[in-house]
Design a protein around this ligand. Sequence first.
Ligand code: CO
Length: 138
Amino acid sequence: MLDKINHVAIAVADLDAAIAHYKSRYQVEPESREVIETDGVEEAMLRVGDSYVQLIAPTGSDSTVARYLERNGEGLHHIGYEVADVSEALAHLKAAGARLIDNEPRRGGGGALVAFVHPKDGLGTLIELVGAGTAHGA
Ligand code: CO
């Protein structure tokens, strides 16, 4: 069901500082940068080989990422797995009794179809399903 790792997302407090850090330490620069209003985040996508590192920062104090940072500080936020068909993957997960955050696919960053699976069904890690053929998700 999981075809590849589309991106690994890291929650950061200051997106400009995080981008500068990745540039100075790891010589990687963003390929794109986008505000996702519905998720209350601004994201930067840094290409690493065939996948991306996604740096996500909250756009306001009511963002779920703002709450995440308050609880956990900066660090790994979720893993984005690419699937051929997000609806089919969700149907499989529902049948298996998985706890979902999104019951239906929705649009994420770059127009990708995405859906989130609860961390309790990701061994403690928030999981994002990303439709194939799209560069990135939320
Ligand atoms: Co993501």
